[in-house]
Design a protein around this ligand. Structure first.
Ligand code: SF4
Length: 216
């Protein structure tokens, strides 16, 4: 990695921090690592808005693994029926709850290796939990915004999320592995949209290798 390359990445990260000083995750209703895991499971192929609309009531009725595991699948399905793929998600949440009770004394584990073995938990969700709740920076959560913007900014040439994560981990200082996800998501929502990115209004214009290509 050349010094010029590192300087460009560093400058982009600083600008993102400057422009999105109050970035935060989109999921808002959770008060334990378990609840954050459940909210993250619900958010797969659904919007944070759809998830936030149900999680307050959901977690008042089902606050912990015990309350989910002592309910029927049908009850869980009914409680989350407004989010996409709710039948699969209900099964994941039920199995996750049982697994945590049986194998982890109802505690959520704190390593990436253990988290990705849990039902319904992939690398992205595990990274969100570790970075956002435990402030343990083992990896970087790569969602659709992170994937798209990393590619456009030239942080990666890959399309596979795990390879993108590895590329980002080489560029971004480890203490920023949690915030970089939210900074790129903020930029994706505000300016670097999937369709018609607002390149002319973008503060990264002079440092972005994709600006001209996308605008044509
Ligand atoms: S210049 Fe355009 S493509 Fe590049 S980061 Fe900004 S909005 Fe995205």
């Amino acid at each position: 990695m050349t010094e010029t390359f590192q300087n460009r990445e560093r400058k982009i990260i600083s600008l993102l921090e400057e422009y999105y000083p109050s970035f935060k995750g989109g999921l808002v209703h959770y008060s334990s690592p378990f609840q954050l895991l459940v909210a993250a499971i619900l958010s797969a192929q659904s919007t944070d808005k759809q998830v936030n609309a149900i999680t307050k009531e959901l977690f008042s009725k089902f606050p912990d693994p015990q309350s989910f595991s002592s309910s029927s699948l049908l009850e869980i399905e009914q409680a989350i029926a407004s989010v996409g793929l709710y039948k699969n998600k209900a099964r994941f949440i039920y199995n996750l709850s049982l697994c945590l009770i049986q194998d982890y004394n109802s505690e959520v584990p704190t390593t990436l290796d253990e988290l990705v073995k849990l039902p319904g938990i992939g690398r992205k969700t595990a990274n969100v939990l570790l970075n956002d709740w435990f402030e343990i920076h083992e990896g970087i959560a790569v969602d659709t915004h992170v994937k798209r913007i990393s590619f456009r900014l030239g942080f990666t040439k890959n399309t596979n999320p795990e390879k993108i994560e590895k590329n980002l981990m080489e560029i971004v200082p480890q203490d920023k592995w949690g915030c970089i996800t939210h900074l790129l998501i903020s930029h994706g929502r505000a300016i670097c949209k999937a369709q018609k990115p607002k390149c002319n209004a973008c503060f990264l214009l002079s440092d972005c290798p994709r600006k001209g290509v996308i605008e044509k």
